[in-house]
Design a protein around this ligand. Structure first.
Ligand code: GLC
Length: 599
């Protein structure tokens, strides 16, 4: 029997904690089979190739740089890596604008370098997932160039979303859709004779034209791209903007614009924004005519078959789909579709015990309803790192980047909470994603001078939205070395803040209590205790500022995350395995998560 959702919504009572009265709830999530497929419990580390490791000193990370440091990830204890795009690209959106899906951009290396990376990773027991960007290509893709050169109504144009404009002379866009990065989602073309022509759709930058997924050639092309990389040995794909491929018939006007974080803003008025996000409790996204259309699922069913034709071990698909509510989001991970989807509800949950508990329970229940594992994620290349995000009090406006003139996060508080949040996350059953640098406790760059900013959002909103550069800064490996050891020169494509040297890998390896050692301990413990395939029940009796649960993996592990000001006591006989911060007088202090063996 399981607890009802209504019980969940009621916060537990405040009051002094008497560990003797603790009570374990009914099981919320049953344990997975001990021999479950690897991806149902994997910890996948996201590498943002531009910023992980630079082998040639040009200031931009590359594939040989990644290969040379893969032993670091073996020692960290991750199961797989996901590489953000390294394909041929003019880099208008840091590689999410692909000009050739079957080649490596010279910035990052060659196909031979990709093969070497795969071979080395596999030799170390690390699986490799690559990014697939099917919603749009670069405008420099040969197909789009051919489409521009061809006439309206041609087969070439039908591979993308070309439409005539509205207004007397077609001078107005076909509808009111706004780009996720700001500004209109349509750009007008110029015909060969210099006269203004049709418009094309780009949900992101104007250099990222959307494909027409109703066209069978687009579908077969992507099946072929999947096979190209599967034949080279990749273990799966992270699918970019998985909820965007199909647009509603007739392209009706939208009621709102979706920003990078999945928030919405009204499109009334001139369509410009002030950077504020809608927070009216209304689920706007369900009816957005370019997101989460039912037709996308057909695409993923076919892809699943392509992957399954490669046999076992499973090759996987992971959806980047900012979809609400959770019942719709889990449709992407039905048994014949993708394997995983990012859990953005967990990522966006505020540092409030009731909210965290609620999202943990609803995520597990939603995933269980389709037989998929839940996933957990706190940071990625599109959001403010959690060590910075949690340095603000809950309720602080969710930001797309932090600029020097903005209120600054409390760095120490953010790190303390980030460590506690990760210690909670890595105790949860399912898959987990770790974004490069979070294992160092790295904060965002929050004082980057504007002239360095490269995220198209910054320019397209005239600076109203700071954008994502702050979470994409090259990693510090060796404190005080040129580029803090990112590469052999002092060049970095985005400037490293001075404080980054304090977080460098070499200052943390083997140092007790360092964030890197905490992650290593957590990942090793998670594996040894089989937490990824464990069951989950909540522990009742702590105050409303505590998330307490039991993961029944290989044995019973009690997890206590104390978000309140008052320290809390562990039950008699609980043996502490790991703690995100030192215990004080045997008590779990504020903003600390503990794992304990509990018979
Ligand atoms: C995804 C990526 C993001 C990119 C966008 C457009 O959201 O994570 O970085 O800008 O898609 O491809």
């Amino acid at each position: 029997m399981t607890r009802s959702a209504s019980t969940l919504d009621r916060p537990t009572l405040d009051g002094p904690v008497d560990p003797d009265t603790l009570r374990v709830s009914d099981v919320v999530h049953a344990a997975d089979s001990p021999d479950a497929a690897w991806w149902r419990q994997a910890v996948i580390y996201q590498i943002y190739p531009r910023s992980w490791s630079d082998s040639d000193g040009d200031g931009i990370g590359d594939l040989p740089g990644i290969t040379s440091r893969l032993t670091y990830l073996r020692d960290l204890g991750v199961d797989a890596v996901w590489l953000s795009p390294f394909y041929t690209s003019p880099q208008a959106d840091a590689g999410y604008d692909v000009a050739d899906y079957r080649d490596v951009d010279p910035l990052f290396g060659t196909l031979a370098d990709a093969d070497a990376l795969l071979e080395t990773a596999h030799g170390l027991g690390i699986r490799v997932i690559v990014d697939l960007v099917p919603n749009h290509s670069s405008d420099e893709h040969v197909w789009f160039q051919a489409a521009l050169a061809a006439a309206p109504g041609s087969a070439e144009r039908d591979l993308y979303m070309f439409r005539d404009g509205t207004g007397e002379h077609g001078e107005l866009p076909p509808n009111n859709w706004q780009s996720v990065f700001g500004g209109p989602a349509w750009t007008r073309t110029t015909d060969a004779d210099g006269t203004p022509g049709q418009w094309y759709l780009h949900l992101f930058d104007r250099k990222q034209p959307d494909f027409n997924w109703e066209n069978p050639r687009v579908r077969s092309e992507f099946e072929s791209v999947l096979r190209f990389w599967l034949d080279r040995g990749v273990d799966g794909f992270r699918v970019d903007v998985a909820h965007g491929l199909i647009k509603e018939q007739g392209l009706p006007d939208a009621r709102e614009r979706t920003t990078m974080l999945g928030d919405t803003q009204s499109t009334e008025g001139d369509g410009t924004t002030d950077g504020d996000t809608a927070d009216d409790g209304v689920d706007h996204r369900v009816h957005t005519p370019y997101w989460d259309q039912d037709g996308v699922h057909e695409v993923y069913r076919v892809w699943r078959q392509v992957l399954e034709s490669y046999g076992t071990p499973d090759r996987i698909l992971c959806a980047e789909a900012w979809v609400e509510p959770q019942e719709r989001a889990v449709a992407y991970v039905r048994p014949d579709e993708m394997h995983q989807a990012f859990n953005f509800d967990f990522l966006t949950a505020p540092w409030i015990a009731h909210d965290l508990r609620s999202v943990i329970e609803s995520s597990l229940r939603a995933a269980d309803s389709v037989g998929a594992p839940s996933t957990w994620v706190l940071s990625n290349h599109d959001v403010v790192r959690h060590a910075s995000r949690l340095g603000f009090e809950p309720g602080h406006r969710r930001q797309n980047g932090i600029a020097a003139g903005d209120p600054q996060p409390d760095r120490a508080l953010g790190l303390r909470r980030a460590r506690a949040a990760t210690t909670l996350m890595l105790a949860l059953p399912g898959g987990a994603y770790v974004y490069q640098g979070e294992e160092l406790g790295l904060p965002d760059s929050t004082d980057m001078p504007d002239e360095f900013r490269q995220d198209p959002t910054f320019a397209r909103t005239a600076g109203a939205e700071t954008g994502r550069d702050g979470c994409r800064v090259p990693l510090p490996w060796v404190a005080g070395a040129p580029s803090n050891g990112f590469g052999p020169s002092d060049r970095t494509w985005l400037p490293q803040p001075d404080v980054y040297r304090e977080y460098a890998v070499d200052t943390q390896v083997g140092v007790e209590g360092s964030t890197l050692e905490l992650y290593r301990t957590l990942l090793a413990g998670r594996r040894d205790l089989a937490l990824g395939t464990g069951s989950l029940a909540f522990v009742e009796g702590y105050g409303s500022d505590v998330v307490a649960l039991v993961n029944g993996g290989r044995e019973q592990v009690l997890v206590v995350a104390n978000l309140g000001a008052e320290p809390v006591r562990l039950p008699e006989g609980a043996e502490v395995l790991v703690s995100s911060a030192p215990l004080v007088d045997d008590l779990v202090p504020t903003d600390t998560t503990v794992w304990a063996r509990w018979a």
